[in-house]
Each structure stands twice: as structure tokens, then as C-alpha cells.
Design a binder for this molecule. Sequence first.
Ligand code: TMP
Length: 210
Amino acid sequence: MSKRGRFITLEGGEGVGKTTNLAYVRRFLEAWGIEVVTTREPGGVAVAERLRELLVGKEPWLPEAELLLLFAARFHHVRELILPALAQGKWVVSDRFTDASYAYQGGGRELPWQRIRYLEDWLLAGLKPDLTLLLDAPVEVGLARARARGETNRFEAETQAFMQRVRRAYLSLWQQEPDRIKRIDASQPLLQVQLEIAGHLKALVERARG
Ligand code: TMP
């Protein structure tokens, strides 16, 4: 296997099952003898977790400020955790990454995509996931699940129209990069969702092992 690890992200709107499936991805890769680091955004390292508390709190951040805070958190996350782990040959699995900024700040908050692209180009030095699993479900399905869990953070309390824009933005990213982003219908039974995830992971492991 080549020395550098692989970077996998899970994306999707609220209540699409990212947490459950992140644990599945970890178990799947570990069964192949791969050393895995799981993490999340915003967060993953101390400074970024502090910023997460602010971001999901009740403060009414202006969209531009929110985007900058997210990239401040991401910059620390990439420098302190993701790049070092990949360099050590570990595989990093993150619950969300830059695609979430395109979807939530670009789609949801309607900030121009080129602003996000600029920050991505400036701060991330071309770091893109090797594989992104986009868990996609109708907005009503996801919001109902998130609310049933009693989770109403600042984003989960957003309107249906906001979440529709988020979903549309994710689908547009998928259409732009179908080789990297794999859409999975998250309204299917969990077993079927995980069967599809397994197929994508197996393909990536096989490519990595050459
Ligand atoms: P979570 O629901 O995956 O725990 O993430 C917390 C919230 O942060 C979620 O509602 C989406 C939001 N978010 C953004 O708006 N932009 C981003 O770039 C990231 C990583 C998360």
C-alpha cells in the first residue's frame, strides 16, 4: 500500500445518519487492517472545538463571519490533525469538511461560491477528500429525524427553505465531481445504505493497495 493515508468525508443535511455511518466506515476499514482516525467539523482539535461551541450556539453570526470562523476551525483541523495523520499513513474519516461550507454557507446562506473557493485555495493547499459519501434524503425526512433526537442547534432550527438550498447545493457538488462524491439515498433502510457505502470503500481500498 502507498504510504500516504486516504481522506474520507461524510456529508449531508441534518438527520441523514452521518454519525451511525461514520462508525460503520471505521469498523469496515479497521477490518481491512487500516489504521483509522475519525474526526468532525467544525471541530476535531481543541481550538476548533471551541469555535464549534460558538458556531452552533445562539449568537446571530453574520454569514461572512460564520464562514471565516468555519475556515479558522478548518485550518487548525487540517494543520494539527488531518495532514499529520495522512502523512503517517493513517486514514482520516471526517464527519463533514469543505463541501459543507459550499452547501450551508454557499447554498443555505447564499454566499457567493467564489468566496469559499478563495478560502479553500488559500488555506487548504489543494487538500480534497479522496472519497466523499453524500448521504442524501428529502429535507422533511432528515429534519424529522434530527428533531426526534431533540437536537435543535442553530442550523437544525433553520427553515425548510434553507435546508432545501443546502440539499440542492450538495447535489450540485455531486454533479460537478461524481468521481469523488458518491450520493447515497439515505432514506433507504440502513442495511442498504451500508451495503452501498461498503462498495465505495472497497473500491477505494483496492485502488490504494494497487
Ligand atoms: P453537525 O450537524 O454535522 O454536527 O455539524 C454542525 C453544524 O455545522 C451543521 O448543522 C452544519 C454546520 N456546518 C456549516 O454550516 N458549515 C460547515 O462548513 C460545517 C463543517 C458545518
